[in-house]
Design a protein around this ligand. Structure first.
Ligand code: FAD
Ligand code: UDP
Length: 377
């Protein structure tokens, strides 16, 4: 008899498993239908011995000192600031160039053969920006700041590929993830804490789950666990619509197909990721792990991301009607006794890793407030 069945061994499930076992002395069974722990952050050494991320590049960044401190119990860190170039055609020369993304001073000066200063660039953006009465969509965000040409060059094709939707049909929160800068800062993120787990994500998850109160079964889904084990309560981190048998219809998720390649050379890309916004290139970005991990190896491994409708659910799709459908599932979830819904899929939110950790820690505090503790042995 377990106190908890935790469905999903990603950040949501693993953070909660550790808290419940260590702080409360609860007996916890963690299952995952995949054959490994770590969820989408899972990393492993490929056939050549290069550390890669099976589900695409995962770069840790947060402004939350509490989240960083919590994860620091289970890993040392390697400082890493992610940089991205976007491959686009210069509207002036027609040449294909790789320029910093997010768009910054160097992006514009390189692309347009200019020599603007920061202040001049502000005016340049303002002269191109379109008036947007109310910023609602992912198109509004960009054309309202930098105008239509840059929107089409950097955002429209990429977004249509990634989401199979025009930016005008997507909530503003999607392209708002990527800022526009007038300075020369070429980091993808500006968070206070930016680092990679020194020995990888999977090693961090192994330490997190290494507790006598935690039993792990990978390669097992919820249906099987329900038959084989008894448990008092459930933490569900899979898709919320799946839990309820798609009662109100399917929540839309966007998927990706990953093409992993190993090359017989030390390094191939100038930065950790190169984005390919052009609509006629079928992938959105290519990433090279050694930039992120700092691994010394004579070979290098890269991953191409091909957006897809079919496959594992990776991205909740932020649109008003999807949010409305999610609200109906959320009402069911709120009414479900002895079951907690946590994580990117269970709460249908386009969350980064740190946000999922924060959500899991907040859920633990709720559990503490609601349920009396066992005596810790
Ligand atoms: P998941 O990691 O998805 O874990 C849920 C687990 O539940 C899965 O392993 C699944 O197999 C299991 N499961 C589902 N249903 C069942 C079932 N019925 N039975 C048993 N098991 C089940 N975040 C960042 O902060 N930085 C990044 O750079 C970044 N890059 C990303 C790149 C890509 C391509 C993607 C898709 C996401 C990226 N993210 C990034 C987001 C990050 O992956 C998530 O925030 C985080 O992994 C979510 O953790 P989770 O535990 O909620 O879900
Ligand atoms: N985006 C874009 N061009 C880019 C980078 C991002 O149009 O070069 C848009 C696209 O819609 C993408 C969103 O901004 O889905 C968020 O980008 P982010 O890099 O945060 O995506 P994630 O890493 O979550 O896949």
């Amino acid at each position: 008899m377990f106190d908890w069945l935790i469905v999903g061994a990603g950040f949501a499930g693993s953070v909660l498993a550790e808290r419940l076992a260590r702080e409360r002395g609860d007996r916890v069974l963690v299952i995952d239908k995949r054959d490994h722990i770590g969820g989408n952050a899972f990393d492993h050494h490929d056939a050549a011995g290069v550390l890669i991320h099976r589900y695409g590049p995962h770069i840790f960044h947060t402004n939350s000192e509490a989240v960083f401190a919590h994860l620091s119990r289970f890993t040392e860190w390697r400082p890493y600031e992610h940089r991205v170039l976007a491959e686009v055609r210069s509207p002036v020369t027609g040449a294909t160039l790789q320029v910093p993304m997010p768009i910054n001073l160097d992006t514009i000066n390189t692309l347009y053969n200019l020599n603007l200063t920061e202040t001049e660039l502000e005016g340049w953006f303002a002269s191109r920006a379109e008036q947007v009465a109310e910023v609602r969509t992912s198109e509004d965000v960009v054309v309202g700041k930098v105008g239509r040409e840059l929107h089409e060059l950097f955002f429209q094709g990429y977004t249509r590929k990634q989401w199979a939707l025009d930016p005008s049909a997507l909530d503003k929160s999607v392209t708002s993830r990527v800022p526009t800068r007038t300075n020369r800062d070429d980091r993808y993120f500006t968070d206070q804490f930016q680092a990679m787990p020194k020995h990888g994500y999977t090693a961090m998850f192994e330490r997190m789950l290494d507790h006598p109160g935690i039993t792990i079964r990978t390669g097992m889904d919820f249906a099987e666990a329900r038959q084989r084990f008894s448990f008092r309560r459930v933490i569900w981190t899979g898709p919320v619509d799946e839990y309820f048998g798609f009662r109100h219809g399917k929540l839309p998720y966007r998927s990706l197909r990953f093409r992993h390649e190993t090359l017989d050379q030390d390094q191939v890309l100038p930065t950790g990721t190169v984005n390919h916004p052009a609509e006629d290139t079928p992938y959105t970005r290519v990433s090279e792990y050694k930039h992120m991990t700092g691994q010394a190896h004579p070979k290098t491994s890269i991953t191409y991301e091909f957006p897809s409708a079919e496959g594992d659910p990776y991205y909740p799709i932020p649109r008003p009607e999807n949010q409305a459908l999610y609200k109906r599932y959320e009402a069911l979830a709120d009414a479900e006794a002895d079951t907690w819904f946590v994580g990117r899929l269970a709460t249908y939110r386009y969350y980064n890793m740190d946000q999922v950790v924060a959500q899991a820690l907040a859920t633990f505090r709720r559990i503490e407030a609601e349920l009396p503790r066992h005596p810790v042995p």
